[in-house]
Write a protein that binds this ligand. Structure first.
Ligand SMILES: Nc1ncnc2c1ncn2[C@@H]1O[C@H](COP(=O)(O)OP(=O)(O)OP(=O)(O)O)[C@@H](O)[C@H]1O
Length: 331
C-alpha cells in the first residue's frame, strides 16, 4: 500500500520520502525538507495532499530537517519572540504511559524541526530525567529563573529530578506544589515555541494551577484501552474543557501487543476503546501507540524510541504530525 501511494507522488516529493506509513485509513508521510524554504515546503505538502486525495481517509505530512528550524509548515505562524505555547499532556489514571508519551512526542516534534521544551510537572514522581537520559544533570538558576537542562535529543527539559537542592536553587513561591510547577514552566525557555508539560495523573492541584496560571494552548489526553482508564480519561477531558483548554485529542497507548518472538499481535487490554470514547466525547483521536517492550526498554535507557527508526518511532512521528498540524491550525 505504501509503495502504491508513493508511486502517485511527483518524483521530487517521492525522492524525499523518509517513511510512509498507512494505518487505520491514515497515511503518515515523513519528508526530508532539507534545503527547502517555507514556500517550497508548502508547495510540496500541497502536492502530496493532492496526489493522495481520495486514496486514504487522512493524510499527515511531517517535514523533517537536519536541524531545528523556525517553522516546518507554511500555514504556521511566523516565529515571534514570545513565550512558548504550552501543550499539557494528561491522563485520568497513573501508569498509562503519559510520561513516555510526553518524552517521545517532544523528541518527535524536535525531529520535525519544532523548537520544543519539556516540563516534568510530576513534582513528586518525576521521570523525564530518566526518559531523556539526563539523570545526574543539574539545572542552574539565572536571575532567579531556572535554566533548562539540555538533552541529547534536541529537547531541553526541567524536572524536579534536575534540582539537587530545590530549596536552595530557587526561592519557592506560594503553595509549594503550584510554586514548583510555575518555577519549571517559567524557566529560561528562550527560543522554544512549544512546551510539552507532562502532568501528574488525575485532576489535582498541579492540574488546577496549570489551568489557572499557565493557560495551555491545548491538551493531549493519554489512555490505555481498558474501560477503567477510559472512564478516568473522560474526567481529564472534562477538566480541560471546563477550564477552557481545547483538547487536541486522545491517544491510545499500549494498544496491541506485538510478541517479540513470533510477531503475532494480540490485544491484552482490548483495542479501539479510546477511539470510540474520543468519538463519544466529541474530541479528536490522535492515534495508537502499541505495547512494545522496546518502548519500555528504550525509555529506561534514556534513548527515546522516537529518536530512532522503525514502526514504533513512526507511530510517535504520526502523533507529533497530528499535534503540529493542530498547532498550525490554531495559532
Ligand atoms: N507503549 C508502551 N509499550 C511498552 N511499555 C510502555 C509503553 N508506554 C509506557 N510503557 C511503560 O509503562 C510504564 C509506565 O509508563 P509511564 O511512566 O510513562 O506512565 P505514566 O502514565 O507517566 O505513569 P505515572 O502515572 O507513574 O506518571 C513504564 O515502565 C513505561 O516504560
Amino acid at each position: 500500500m505504501g509503495e502504491d501511494l508513493k508511486a502517485l507522488l511527483r518524483p521530487d516529493a517521492a525522492a524525499r520520502v523518509q517513511s510512509l506509513r498507512v494505518a487505520e485509513g491514515r497515511a503518515t508521510l515523513v519528508l526530508d525538507a532539507t534545503g527547502l524554504d517555507a514556500a517550497a515546503r508548502a508547495a510540496m505538502e500541497a502536492g502530496v495532499r493532492e496526489a493522495l486525495a481520495g486514496k486514504v481517509g487522512e493524510v499527515r505530512v511531517a517535514m523533517m530537517a537536519d536541524k531545528a528550524e523556525p517553522s516546518t509548515t507554511t500555514n504556521g505562524p511566523a516565529a515571534a519572540p514570545k513565550g512558548p505555547r504550552i501543550i499539557a499532556v494528561g491522563s485520568g489514571k497513573g501508569g498509562v504511559g503519559k510520561s513516555t508519551l510526553s518524552a517521545n512526542l517532544a523528541v518527535a516534534l524536535a525531529r520535525m524541526g519544532r523548537r520544543v521544551g519539556l516540563v516534568d510537572a510530576d513534582i513528586y514522581g518525576p521521570s523525564q530525567a530518566r526518559l531523556l537520559g539526563t539523570e545526574g544533570q543539574r539545572a542552574t538558576a539565572h536571575e532567579g529563573r531556572l535554566v533548562p537542562v539540555e538533552s541529547r535529543w534536541g529537547v531541553p527539559a526541567l524536572s524536579m529530578a534536575h534540582l539537587s537542592n530545590a530549596g536552595q536553587a530557587i526561592a519557592w513561591r506560594g503553595p509549594k506544589i503550584s510554586g514548583a510547577l510555575l518555577q519549571l514552566v517559567e524557566g529560561h525557555w528562550d527560543g522554544a515555541e512549544v512546551l510539552i508539560v507532562d502532568l501528574p495523573p488525575g485532576t489535582g492541584d498541579v492540574q488546577l494551577t496549570m489551568l489557572q496560571r499557565c493557560k495551555p494552548a491545548g491538551a493531549v489526553i493519554v489512555s490505555t484501552p481498558q474501560d477503567l482508564a477510559l472512564i478516568d480519561a473522560t474526567r481529564a477531558v472534562e477538566l480541560f474543557e471546563k477550564g477552557g483548554v481545547p483538547v487536541i485529542g486522545v491517544v491510545e497507548n499500549m494498544a496491541g501487543y506485538a510478541c517479540p518472538h513470533c510477531g503475532e499481535v494480540s490485544d491484552p487490554f482490548g483495542c479501539g476503546g479510546a477511539e470510540a470514547s474520543a468519538q463519544e466525547m466529541g474530541v479528536p483521536f490522535l492515534g495508537r501507540i502499541p505495547l512494545d517492550i522496546a518502548i519500555r526498554r528504550e525509555g529506561d535507557a534514556g534513548t527515546p524510541t522516537a529518536a530512532g527508526t522503525g514502526p514504533q518511532a513512526d507511530a510517535f512521528t504520526a502523533l507529533a504530525a497530528g499535534v503540529a498540524a493542530w498547532l498550525d491550525a490554531n495559532p
